[in-house]
Design a protein around this ligand. Structure first.
Ligand code: IMP
Length: 413
C-alpha cells in the first residue's frame, strides 16, 4: 500500500508536519526527489526538528528511506544524522539510502552559486547535480563507498569542472582535499546503503512517499524555467523510487490556506501590500533552508485545479489555517480572465501567465475560536475550498504542534 503526499503549490505547504503525523500509521517513509533544497520543520513539544534530507517519519522512529531520485550532500546528511542522535533518535537501523541516489559535489554547489541567481535557487547544488545525472556524469551514492572507484571518477571530472569554474572567476579546493573529505563521509554513511526499490516492492507494508518542494516547481509541469530540477509531482515518486503505478493506493495534496513562493517566477495572486506582510509575519514565512522571506498571496483555486490534474488527488490536507485569523476579509481566486474569457484551470503558457488576471471571491474573516473548533466562518472557508475543488479536505492544520491538526476523515494508508 503506497500513499503519496505531494506539495500542491510552490513548496513549503507544511508537508513535514503532516508526514510526521501520518507516518505514525506507516511502516516505511520514503523521500523520492530533490535534496537539501527542501526544509521540513516538525515541532514536538519543546523540540523543533529541521530536516532537509531524511524523511520526517524518522521522528516516529519509522524505517526512513532515501530513494534513487534524490541528490545527497553527504556532509549535510551526516550533520542531520548527528543532530537527530543528539535529540535521542538513533537512526542506525532506521535509515536506508538507495545505492543509485546521487552525490552533490563541491563543484555543483559552486556552479549553483554562479548560475542560480536568475531563478533564485537555494544554491545547494541541486540543478547542476541533476544536470550531471542526466548527462551521465554524476556520481552515485554507492561509488562514494568504494574509494578506488570514487578517486577515479573524481579524477575524470575534476579538471573540466575546475576550468569551467575558472571562466566565472570561481576557485575550487584541491582534488585531493575533496576526495579525502568525501571518502571520510562515505565511511560513516556506508551502513545505510540499500536498494530502496527492492525493499519497498512486493511487500504488504504501509508505505508513505514524502515529496519535497511542490507541484508548481516541477521541472516539466511547473512554472518553467522558475522550477526546481526534479519532479515533485506524484509521478515523481514512481520514477524516483522505482515501483509500478499500480502499487499506488492514494495520492494526497498538501495545500497551505493561502499561497507562498520563495525565489523568482510567476505568482498571480501575490500580495505586495500590508496584508501580505501581516500574513508573512504571522505565518513565519521565511525559508527553512535559506531564511529568505517568502512571497505571500491569496489561495489560488485554478492553480490547485492544475495541481489536481497533474497529481490526481484523492483529497487535500489544508495547513496553516490559523495564520489567517483576524483578517477582516479573505480572498480566494476562483477563476482567471484571459482575453475576455473565463478559465477555471491555470494554464502555464507564457502568454496566459503574462496576461491572465485572477478573479476573486471574498470570504468573511474568522477568529481563533472558530479555527480551533472548525466552526463558523473558518468552516465556511474550508467548505468553500472543497466545493470549488470538488475534493475533500481530509485534515486542517491549525498550528505547528503535532496535536494541532483536525482530521475530518479516518486517516489510512
Ligand atoms: P533549487 O531547487 O535550489 O534549484 O531552486 C529552484 C527553485 O525552487 C527556487 O525558486 C527555490 O526557491 C525553489 N525551491 C527549492 N526547494 C524548495 C523548497 O523546499 N520549498 C520551496 N521552494 C523551493
Amino acid at each position: 500500500m503506497i500513499k503519496i503526499i505531494v506539495g500542491a503549490q510552490f513548496g513549503d505547504e507544511g508537508k513535514g508536519k503532516l508526514v510526521d503525523v501520518i507516518s505514525k500509521k506507516a511502516d516505511v517513509v520514503v523521500r523520492y526527489q530533490g535534496g537539501n533544497n527542501a526544509g521540513h520543520t516538525v515541532v514536538v513539544g519543546s523540540k523543533t526538528f529541521k530536516l532537509h534530507l531524511i524523511p520526517s517519519g524518522i521522528i516516529h522512529k519509522k524505517r526512513s528511506l532515501i530513494g534513487a531520485g534524490v541528490q545527497i550532500d553527504p556532509e549535510v546528511l551526516y550533520g542531520e544524522i548527528k543532530a537527530l542522535e543528539k535529540n535521542g533518535i538513533f537512526v542506525s537501523s532506521l535509515l536506508g539510502i538507495d545505492f543509485r541516489a546521487q552525490i552533490i559535489m563541491p563543484w555543483h554547489k559552486l556552479m549553483d552559486g554562479v548560475k542560480g541567481g536568475k531563478i533564485g535557487t537555494t544554491k545547494r547544488g541541486i540543478g547542476p547535480s541533476y544536470a550531471d545525472r542526466t548527462a551521465r556524469e554524476g556520481i552515485r551514492f554507492e561509488a562514494l563507498l568504494m574509494p578506488k572507484e570514487f578517486k577515479k571518477k573524481v579524477k575524470e571530472i575534476y579538471g573540466e569542472k575546475k576550468k569551467i569554474l575558472q571562466l566565472y572567476g570561481v576557485k575550487i579546493e584541491p582534488e585531493s582535499k575533496i576526495v579525502k573529505k568525501y571518502l571520510k563521509l562515505g565511511k560513516k554513511l556506508k551502513k545505510y546503503l540499500c536498494d530502496v526499490s527492492l525493499e519497498i516492492n512486493n511487500n504488504n507494508k504501509r508505505i508513505l512517499m514524502e515529496g519535497a518542494q511542490g507541484t508548481l516547481l516541477d521541472n516539466d509541469f511547473g512554472t518553467y524555467p522558475y522550477v526546481t530540477s526534479s519532479h515533485p509531482i506524484a509521478g515523481g515518486a514512481i520514477i524516483g523510487v522505482g515501483f509500478g503505478p499500480k502499487e499506488v493506493t492514494s495520492v494526497e495534496g498538501v495545500v497551505k490556506a493561502y499561497t507562498t513562493r520563495v525565489g523568482n517566477g510567476p505568482f498571480p495572486t501575490e500580495l505586495k501590500n500590508r496584508t501580505g506582510d501581516i500574513i508573512r509575519e504571522k505565518g513565519n514565512e521565511f525559508g527553512t533552508t535559506t531564511g529568505r522571506p517568502r512571497r505571500v498571496g491569496w489561495l489560488d483555486i485554478p492553480l490547485l485545479r492544475l495541481s489536481n490534474t497533474l497529481n490526481g488527488f484523492d483529497g487535500i490536507h489544508l495547513t496553516k489555517l490559523d495564520v489567517l485569523v483576524d483578517l477582516k476579509k479573505i480572498k480566494i481566486a476562483d477563476y482567471y480572465v484571459y482575453k475576455g474569457e473565463k478559465y477555471k484551470v491555470l494554464s502555464l503558457r507564457e502568454e496566459f501567465v503574462k496576461k491572465a488576471k485572477p478573479h476573486y471571491i471574498i470570504m468573511n474573516g474568522f477568529t481563533t475560536e472558530e479555527v480551533v473548533t472548525l466552526k463558523g466562518n473558518a468552516l465556511k472557508y474550508v467548505e468553500k475550498i472543497e466545493k470549488l475543488l470538488k475534493l475533500p479536505v481530509l485534515s486542517v492544520s491549525i498550528g505547528p504542534e503535532r496535536a494541532q491538526i483536525i482530521f475530518r476523515t479516518k486517516e489510512r494508508i
